[in-house]
Design a protein around this ligand. Structure first.
Ligand code: PEP
Length: 245
């Protein structure tokens, strides 16, 4: 049985105060026993979050990492640095990184490898644009993004990855994929993983992301191939994020 995972991506939002408020609220929240919860604040809050989340069910994630271990990369952060601050998960290939900061599939592969080398769980984000969906290229695009990474990893590395299917047209738009649309793509991802290794397909944690909120989460999470959510906007509101969990 796969343990569900709910991850909250604050993007470039939040504050030190919000970190403290989440820690206080989740320390006393009543939550399912079998659930992993990750909050992913901006880099400057990781230190405070590591201390505030101790003793709460909240694990810590980061929004990106550099592919190099150290060196002349002004403005960048390495996997080892994240690990030093208690970070356990890291987003790789979020569509905002791919689109706004031109991160290529090659960058994404290198970052996934760097995350694994640092002992972090990469949450590999994949998803199609509206144009690609309208052109009936959804499965090709999504499986292409998954495959390019899987091709670079060995079996043990593949087993350590979480995947987030995030249709680009659903991120931050209030336009959620229907549960059927999300399930169809995510079943396709799992079927592809099965061609690599049956156990990998059965154990892989697949998240849906794209305008998930307290009202639509239950229906999405009820789908057989959706093991959790990558939540953006709604992860900034304690009550909403708690309700999704
Ligand atoms: C995200 O940032 O990964 C995301 C899914 O955002 P939102 O929930 O706001 O659409």
């Amino acid at each position: 049985m796969r343990t569900p995972l709910i991850a909250g991506n604050w993007k470039m939002n939040g504050s030190a105060r919000l970190v403290e408020e989440f820690a206080a609220a989740f320390a006393k929240a009543s939550l399912p026993q079998k659930l992993d919860i990750v909050l992913i604040p901006p880099f400057p809050y990781l230190d405070a979050a590591q201390r505030a989340f101790a003793g709460t069910p909240l694990a810590l994630g980061a929004q990106n990492l550099n592919a190099f271990e150290s060196g002349a990369h002004t403005g960048e952060v390495s996997g080892a640095m994240l690990a030093e601050f208690g970070v356990r998960y890291v987003l790789v290939g979020h569509s905002e990184r791919r689109q706004l900061y031109r991160e290529s599939d090659d960058d994404v592969c290198a970052r996934v490898e760097a995350a694994l080398n640092a002992g972090l769980t990469p949450i590999l984000c994949v998803g199609e644009t509206l144009e690609e969906r309208d052109g009936e290229r959804t499965m090709d695009v999504v499986l292409g993004q998954v495959k390019v990474v899987m091709d670079r990893l060995d079996g043990a590395q593949r087993a350590k990855l979480a995947l987030a299917y995030e249709p680009v047209w659903a991120i931050g738009t209030g336009r959620t994929a229907t549960p059927e649309q999300a399930q169809e793509v995510m079943a396709g991802i799992r079927a592809y993983l099965k061609t690599l290794d049956t156990a990998l397909a059965e154990q892989a944690i697949l998240l849906y992301g794209g305008s998930m909120n307290a009202s639509n989460a239950a229906e999405l999470l009820a789908q057989p191939d959706i093991d959790g959510g990558l939540v953006g906007g709604a992860s900034l509101k304690i009550d909403d994020f708690n309700a999704i969990c």
